[in-house]
Every structure is written in structure tokens, then in C-alpha cells.
Design a protein around this ligand. Structure first.
Ligand SMILES: Nc1ncnc2c1ncn2[C@@H]1O[C@H](COP(=O)(O)OP(=O)(O)OP(=O)(O)O)[C@@H](O)[C@H]1O
Length: 423
């Protein structure tokens, strides 16, 4: 539907884009990403016919853009520009109605019944029908953004060009708008090209992405191929971590703030209290936890770790909790990089383990730690057990090698399991 071949150009005396090529099919939602000033809006202006390229071509339905008259182009292409603070003294309905202009025949023609139906539909879909009689300047930034989207939809375009459509929108309207865009793109076979500043939204909603850097294409493809940690760090010159989304198979960028770290703090027995009905370790900082068979199982961040000898403390919120036998059967030992807290489980010869790591470990090391602790426990007790294993790390200080962690865990579990055998 839309094809861009070897595009060069920008503004008088200032070239921005350099050899940009891509194509977008009908039914596809295509995202343009890039830092401030990388040329995203310039590219959108060229595709909408506002700016002429120096070199290269733009084809719509295999026809060069310049073959279309302004009115023909307005029927095919709708643009949602970056919202400006300038607004004219139009009502919401009048503003949306302007979207029908390109479809009317002759001078001074008025909207007909079909136009009015389409205007009503576009307003209802974007939720602006409730204030259709209001003037634009009486609306909030987000409400105004939705009015301009309704105008673009009323145009019934084949190609929709969006410049940061979710700018000014709150969380729920961001989701609603993009869900709607995605649905429309599929059902009405729209070709949508949209600029995004929010890489995570782009990752979730776009079929393909293109990353611009200094006017050049840095990458193009599926979210998983484009949003690679090293590339994003280089292009945006910032510290980020790429993690998989917990529910859908798309990458998400996590910003890493340069916050002050409590480097010297080590988790050890000074944070541990053993009482009659429970043993509790309260960490002064949140610890990243991977846990099995405990309240708080799975992955999360916690400060409180409880081994409880009566069920009153089970399921306590915001804590990792494991049922254990008695306060006499709680052991702990500190090693170079780990602090191990263990207790006899409720079943005879069972052992629960909380392993606190002082250092930064990878996701893989968390898993290796759980496996090593589980294997070593089975060897020491002579039976495989479903009791709790918790690995917790403040993710501060020095990075800790997974192999080293596993060696210390094996040693710690052997020694502590030896204590259990004596009782
Ligand atoms: N009208 C103009 N005349 C001259 N230079 C311009 C004009 N508009 C933009 N530029 C310059 O062109 C470059 C690309 O601008 P563009 O607006 O395309 O970037 P962008 O990627 O959309 O940025 P942002 O994320 O900040 O919206 C910038 O260096 C900008 O200063």
C-alpha cells in the first residue's frame, strides 16, 4: 500500500533523512521510533505530502505521491499531528466534521446523512460524543487529542499517519486508543504509520518497527529484533534493561535510574529474629526473590522473610513465608557471598532454605541457585522434597558469577543439612 524508496531530504540548507526505505501493507500497524530530532516528524511530513524529498520516491498503491491531487490525497491519507496548544473556535462536532471535507463534492457542499452517520460513529468510538457541543479550548489536552483522532477517523482514510497519538492521554485512554487502532487496522485494512516515544507501547501494539538515528535507519523489523538492549542503549544514549513482558511475547524496556546504592550492606544474622512462633529476617532494602513452594512464590521484590511455626502467620501479605517446624530447628550460616537461613520443614527430614545473595546476579543465576539448592538438599536428605527454596538478592554491589554462587550454595546446603541429621 505504502512504499518509501531511498528517501533523502529535510529543510532548506539542512538535510535530515538519509536513504530511508520501507513499505507498509494494508492491515499493518507500523511504528517509527527514534530519539528527539532523529527525523521522525520530517519523514511523516514527506509521506503526507507536506514536504518534498530531495531524492527518492513515495508510492501509494504503486503510484508516485505527486500523481495525486491534494484532494485525492486527503481522501486517502489522514494525519494526526502532534497536538499544539493553538486551537480554533470550533466545537467538537464541527472539528470532527472537517474530516468529511475531502469527501464532499463541489463548493459550499454540506454534510449529508451518510457524513453525519460517520461523524457520529467516529465521535462515539473515541468517546468525544459526550462533549460534542463544547468548544475545543474548553477541553483538556487528552480530550482534544481524541477529538483530532475522531476527525482523522471520520475522514475514512486508507492510510493513517499518527505523530505520537498517545501523547497527553492517561493510561486507560492510551490502552483504549491503541486497542482501537489495532482493531481498525485489522478490520478495515488500514495502513497505519505511527511515531512513538514510548518504546514499550510500540513493542506491544506495532506489527513492525523502524528505528531512526540521525536521519538514518538503524533497524527495521519485529519488536524483538529492533528493541535489542545494546542498540537501544547506543541510540538513546541511556541505561536500559530489556525484559520479556510477563504475559505477551514482546520485549519491554526497563529504565535503570542512577540511584544511590547501599553498596556495603550485607544480609546476615543481624537482620534475623528468632521468636517462639516464627523466625523473621527483615531486610533494610527490597530483595529480588525467586521462590518455590512458599507464600510469595514466583518472582517479586520483598523485604520480609518468615519461617512460621504456627499457621497464623501463613499468607501474610508482602512477605515470603514458609511453614517450618520449631524455633529450635532453625539454622543459619554466612559464607563469602551468601547467607543461608534454613529450618526443618513440617514433614520429618524436610528442609526449607532461604538463600540471601550479597551481589548482583542474573536471572539465569537465580534459576541455577534454585536447582543447585534443590539437588544438594535431595542428596543430603536422601529424598526429593517439595519444601520451600528462596533465593533473594538486593542486586547491589559487585556482579556475582553464577558458577561461584552455585559452589557456595552447594557447600552451605550440605553443611546445614548435616545439622538437620543430628536432630
Ligand atoms: N521547519 C524546520 N526547519 C529546519 N529544521 C527543522 C525544521 N523542523 C525540524 N527541523 C530539524 O530537523 C531535525 C529532525 O526534526 P524532526 O522534527 O523530524 O525530529 P523528530 O524525530 O520528530 O523529533 P521529536 O522526537 O523531538 O519530535 C531536527 O534537527 C530539527 O531541529
Amino acid at each position: 500500500m505504502l512504499q518509501v524508496n531511498g528517501l533523502y531530504g529535510g529543510y532548506p540548507g539542512f538535510s535530515v533523512l538519509e536513504d530511508v526505505s520501507f513499505s507498509v501493507e494494508a492491515g499493518e500497524l507500523f511504528g517509527i521510533l527514534g530519539p528527539n530530532g532523529s527525523g521522525k516528524t520530517t519523514l511523516l511530513k514527506m509521506i503526507s505530502g507536506l514536504l518534498e524529498p530531495d531524492r527518492g520516491e513515495i508510492l501509494i498503491n504503486n503510484q508516485p505521491l505527486e500523481n495525486y491531487s491534494t484532494k485525492e490525497l486527503a481522501k486517502i491519507t489522514a494525519v494526526l499531528p502532534q497536538v499544539s496548544s493553538e486551537v480554533f473556535a470550533y466545537t467538537v462536532r464541527e472539528t470532527v466534521s472537517l474530516g468529511r471535507y475531502a469527501h464532499q463534492r463541489g463548493w459550499l457542499s454540506r454534510t449529508d446523512d451518510l457524513d453525519e452517520k460517520i461523524i457520529d460513529e467516529a465521535m462515539a468510538l473515541t468517546g468525544v460524543d459526550i462533549f460534542q457541543g463544547k468548544l475545543l479550548h474548553e477541553l483538556s489536552g487528552g480530550e482534544r487529542q481524541r477529538v483530532f483522532l475522531a476527525q482523522a477517523l471520520a475522514q475514512e482514510p486508507r492510510i493513517l499517519l499518527l505523530d505520537e497519538p498517545t501523547n497527553h492521554l492517561d493510561l486507560s485512554f492510551q490502552k483504549d486508543l491503541l486497542d482501537l487502532m489495532k482493531k481498525w487496522t485489522r478490520e478495515r485494512r488500514l495502513t497505519v504509520v505511527s511515531i512513538f516515544h514510548d518504546l514499550n507501547l510500540a513493542s506491544l501494539y506495532c506489527d513492525r518497527l523502524m528505528l531512526l538515528h540521525n536521519g538514518q535507519m538503524s533497524a527495521i523489523g519485529k519488536a524483538g529484533d529492533v528493541l535489542q538492549e545494546q542498540r537501544i542503549q547506543e541510540v538513546y544514549e541511556t541505561n536500559i534493561d530489556v525484559q520479556p513482558h510477563p504475559i505477551v511475547p514482546k520485549p519491554q524496556m526497563i529504565l535503570l535510574p542512577d540511584e544511590e546504592k547501599i553498596n556495603s550492606l550485607k544480609i546476615d544474622e543481624t537482620f534475623l529474629k528468632i521468636k517462639e512462633d516464627h523466625a523473621e529476617l527483615i531486610s533494610p532494602m527490597p530483595l529480588k526473590v525467586m521462590a518455590s513452594s512458599a507464600a510469595g512464590a514466583g518472582i517479586g521484590w520483598y523485604n520480609r522473610f518468615i519461617m512460621h511455626f504456627s499457621d497464623g502467620l501463613y499468607g501474610i501479605e508482602k512477605a515470603v513465608a514458609i511453614p517450618a517446624k520449631s524455633s529450635e530447628l532453625v539454622w543459619f550460616a554466612a559464607y563469602e557471598h551468601i547467607f543461608v537461613l534454613a529450618s526443618a520443614g513440617r514433614n520429618h527430614a524436610d528442609i526449607n532454605l532461604c538463600i540471601f545473595v550479597n551481589g548482583i546476579i542474573s536471572e539465569e543465576a537465580f534459576l541455577q541457585g534454585i536447582i543447585a539448592a534443590s539437588e544438594e538438599r535431595a542428596l543430603a536428605t536422601g529424598k526429593s522434597s517439595g519444601s520451600g527454596i528462596v533465593i533473594a538478592s538486593g542486586q547491589q554491589g559487585e556482579p556475582l558469577d553464577g558458577e561461584l554462587l552455585v559452589t557456595e550454595i552447594r557447600k552451605g546446603v550440605q553443611e546445614i543439612a548435616g545439622m538437620l541429621k543430628r536432630f
